[in-house]
Design a protein. Structure first.
Lengths: 361, 542
């Protein structure tokens, strides 16, 4: 077990390094730096001013050295401009030029400052990640039970009417991308002019003008059923169909096994057969799929968070990419690597407990 | 009254008689007379009218939620979006304010006077104004601000190019003796060239007045010392900005009605704004565009309109585009586009057609020149003559609603006229990278109070925002002359030359003037400003 874990951690660090270097290279391409200069300085800056801005803000010099600065293995840049003001990577806030450390990269625990949000990257990322965690939590709470129930119900009697109906639902939801289902949900439930809200308002069943809120911005401060239902449903619907299909396939396979037939012939009640004999074996495959949902959710939320204006990790990623916020993008990619590999680790370990035939090493 | 009248700028009384004779609109009069140093009530009085009183005593209290993009705060002189200024307007104020009715109102200045040829201005500081740290606001602060504004060494200083008469060309900073403190309450501007736009420039959004403790280039909300009635409680970029009434500060203007103003960022999608209005998550928005005007009207929200000289310009660039070096080609392209069609297709007809010379009838010095003839049939022969019949012309625009639609309308007309047009739309993230260099693309221009302001910025050979590559010596000379004429009537004579040259050069297709709109729910007392300025102290909730 231990060698396995160590190997996994090693892979994780290597992946994070590689990915962050790739992201670093892409964000540091000359046109991207120019764009950064124009948004940070002024849109109307002359080309000379842009070049001097890039040079004066530590984006000059070799790319490898700058990546080293971010890592904390190369000394941070320091510049004194013609007015005698010294600025540098490690000089910010209360830290003066004299007291500034030589190195300040992620090895020293300094993730840098976000140029979009004007605050430490670590603060932005942790805040947004926790917002997204709430979203993911609710999605999981809705998605996992619903999809397992649908999958088990349709898988236990393959070809029955229940199976057909539930399968159609599952295929339809999983075939609809979030940007379609999200818009449809908003039109039906959260528009003052279309869908069911105007009708309900006319009947006096709802006090406001819409049944649900079309944006989840207010959920950052306080999650309510009204502002969170639509984004959660949008993400969950897609996953529900997918996991339900997996569960169904796995369930139907289990139901054809000899030991199920034996149990049935012994005269065990059908629900007992399902709960005691079939379910545990049928859940192995869906478990992996559910664990795979975490990395997918982290990136899948990009669309939903943008659509519903929920300011979480996905939305932050869009802002960071749109504004070429180098430090923030790097942190986001490291976080993404971390989440993907940790959930896969949990999935692999969990597998062992569900299926005694599998050994980790 | 007679005594007072004698103290007025000589031109003001003449202007007033022109209004009475019907030669001048009231709006133009207000704009010009206040620029000459009259207070708005005095200007109204000259017309024999009462100044419109602030609507009946506004109710104090309440929180107003405004849907607006919250951008990162910047050193005000480098601010490049009105959104940025609308946040720092909470605690920073201006020397002069441009009102939606076209008049200039002294804020931190009590009054000002210009001499005959607009080379000297005397600024009177408003007494009784204090900073929110208790210090008094004096003439020293005004002098210090001019030093900041004229500093040309700061990357992206938007104010630097606006006070040419005060700047020392060599050092690119304030000329010695240009801004003189006469006494604690008086400042004298001594300019090397005449400039009619000084007062208008003082009212523009980068001209916010900062405290002496402000660190150049820092975030103004970090240490919000200002003279204004609010304080920033939170500025979270891309999310929200909250202004709350500063309880520890006695604002010179009295008590502001609203307790708090919340700017909430819901992105740029206008459809989202409609959803927000529908679900009561905002009380008013920043701007309503195109088809969404009808939609929000339909929701029962109140439409607020500002008549403006805001516009879109599809400009050719001869400095970067070889295709557009030939004036005949530029003219043929310009004349192939019918402005009325662009207005209809691009902006739902919510404005008035323009004449390809970037001077608007709402500008005081606008001159009427003979109408251009639209001639789509002339494009093909012109292209043929230049051997460019098969040349591909690329027309670039932002992928944003009406900007894209208007540019599409131009492209379609050029295509119909026989040109080979390639239309490119770019998202904001790529468009702004090189936008000043595109050979043929559309740019939006905000409203400015005087026509010479935009024209001198954009079309003189030295203009800092010149993105056409136009360099016409005659135009430059006429502009220098126009900028020395404080009297708008005198300036109008020169405007004939300026407008004619600009139109004739063919660099720009400037199809229409936009009216600007925003919406608010019932019970919200706000206004729409032609330059998107938010005058918080005028706002209240019923």
């Amino acid at each position: 077990m231990l060698p396995f874990l160590l190997r996994r951690v090693g892979v994780m660090i290597l992946t994070a390094l590689t990915l962050s270097f790739v992201v670093f290279c892409l964000t540091n391409l000359a046109p991207n730096l120019e764009k950064l200069a124009r948004t940070e300085g002024s849109v109307r800056m002359s080309d000379d001013a842009v070049l001097s801005w890039i040079e004066n803000n530590g984006h000059g010099g070799s790319m490898v050295m700058r990546y080293g600065q971010w890592l904390g293995v190369a000394p941070g840049w320091v510049r004194t401009d013609d007015k005698g003001v010294t600025r540098g990577r490690c000089i910010q806030g209360a830290v003066t030029a004299e007291s500034a450390p030589r190195f300040c990269g992620i090895l020293q625990g300094d993730w840098g400052t976000s140029t979009v949000f004007r605050e430490p990257v670590i603060k932005t990322v942790s805040e947004k990640l926790s917002s997204t965690a709430w979203l993911m939590l609710w999605v999981m709470l809705v998605m996992v039970p619903v999809s397992l129930i649908i999958g088990v119900l349709s898988g236990m009697r393959e070809g029955s009417r229940t199976d057909r109906v539930l399968s159609t639902f599952a295929i339809a939801t999983t075939a609809t991308p979030e940007y379609v289902s999200g818009v449809i949900l908003v039109v039906i439930f959260a528009s003052a002019t279309t869908g069911i809200s105007p009708i309900l308002a006319e009947w006096g069943w709802i006090s406001g003008r819409t049944l649900f809120l079309g944006t989840a911005t207010s959920a950052i401060d306080k999650i309510t059923f009204w502002n969170f239902a639509l984004p959660v449903m949008t993400i969950a619907l897609y996953g529900i169909g997918y996991i339900a299909r997996m569960t169904r396939a796995s369930m139907t396979e289990v139901m054809t096994q000899q030991y199920i037939r034996t149990a049935r012939l012994k005269g065990v009640a059908f629900h007992q057969v399902i709960l005691k004999h079939a379910l545990r074996n049928a859940l192995i495959a869906p478990f992996t799929v559910i664990m795979l949902q975490f990395p997918w959710l982290l990136n899948g939320v990009v669309i939903v968070e943008t659509l519903f204006n929920y300011k979480g990790f996905g939305w932050t990623l869009v802002q960071a990419a749109g504004n070429n916020d180098i430090q923030l993008l790097l942190a986001c990619s490291v976080v993404a690597v971390f989440v993907v590999l940790v959930t896969q680790l949990i999935s692999d370990v969990g597998y062992v407990f569900l299926n005694p035939r599998i050994r980790l090493s | 009254m007679t005594d007072k009248t004698e103290m007025l700028h000589p031109a003001a009384t003449t202007l007033a008689s022109e209004v009475r004779a019907g030669k001048l609109s009231r709006r133009e009069f207000l704009s010009r007379a206040t620029a000459l140093g009259l207070t708005a009530p005095a200007a109204y009085a000259l017309l024999g009218l009462e100044a419109p009183a602030q609507a009946q005593e506004a109710k104090t209290g309440g929180i107003l939620r405004v849907g607006m993009e919250v951008k990162a705060q910047k050193d005000p002189r480098t601010a490049d979006w009105p959104h940025i200024a609308n946040v720092y307007r909470g605690w920073l104020e201006y020397l002069v304010q441009y009102n939606p009715d076209g008049s200039f109102e002294g804020r931190l200045l009590e009054s000002w006077e210009a001499n005959e040829d607009a080379t000297q201005y005397t600024l009177k500081v408003r007494p009784g104004v204090t900073w929110n740290n208790g210090e008094a606001f004096t003439a020293d602060d005004v002098v210090r601000m001019f030093t900041r504004w004229t500093d040309g060494s700061v990357d992206g200083n938007a104010m630097a190019s606006r006070f040419m008469g005060l700047v020392d060309e060599g050092t690119k900073s304030l000329r010695d003796g240009a801004v003189v403190k006469v006494d604690d309450m008086t400042v004298q501007l001594v300019m090397s060239v005449s400039d009619v736009a000084v007062i208008a420039n003082l009212a523009d959004y980068p001209a916010a007045v900062l405290h002496s403790s402000y660190v150049d280039g820092s975030d103004p909300s970090a240490n919000p010392i200002g003279t204004g009635p609010y304080l920033p409680r939170e500025v979270a970029v891309g999310q929200r900005a909250i202004l709350a009434r500063n309880a520890d500060h006695t604002w010179w203007g009295g008590t502001v009605p609203l307790d708090e103003i919340h700017y909430i960022d819901f992105g740029t999608d206008p459809a989202a704004m409609v959803a927000l209005a529908g679900s009561d998550e905002i009380d008013c928005n920043y701007e309503t565009n195109g088809e969404f005007i009808d939609v929000l009207d339909g929701l029962g929200w109140n439409k607020l309109e500002a008549v403006t000289a805001s516009t879109i310009v599809m400009r050719m660039n001869s400095a970067n585009g070889d295709l557009y070096k030939d004036k005949a080609i530029r003219q043929a392209i310009q004349k192939a586009v019918d402005p009325a069609v662009v207005l209809e297709l691009g902006y739902n007809g919510l404005g008035t057609t323009a004449e390809n010379h970037h001077a608007c009838p709402v500008h005081p010095e606008y001159a009427e020149i003979p109408k251009q003839t639209i001639d789509p049939a002339g494009l093909k022969p012109a292209l043929e003559a230049a051997g460019m019949l098969d040349t591909e012309f690329e027309l670039i625009s932002l992928d944003d609603g009406w900007e894209a639609a208007s540019t599409d309308a131009v492209a379609a007309q050029l295509r119909d006229a026989g040109a080979n047009i390639k239309r490119t739309v770019m998202p904001g993230s790529t468009f702004w990278n090189d936008w000043q260099k595109y050979p043929f693309s559309s740019t939006t221009w905000n409203h400015r109070p005087l026509a010479v302001q935009n024209m001198s910025l954009a079309y003189t050979s030295t203009g800092s925002w010149n993105e056409t590559g136009m360099a016409n010596a005659e135009f430059d000379a006429a502009m220098t002359q126009a900028l020395s004429l404080a009297d708008a009537d005198a300036r109008r004579e020169v405007m004939v030359t300026l407008q004619t040259i600009l139109q004739d050069e063919g660099y720009i297709i400037q199809p229409f003037w936009r009216s600007l709109y925003r919406h608010a729910r019932d019970g919200v007392n706000i206004d729409m400003h032609p330059s998107f300025e938010h005058h918080h102290y005028k706002w209240s909730l019923a």
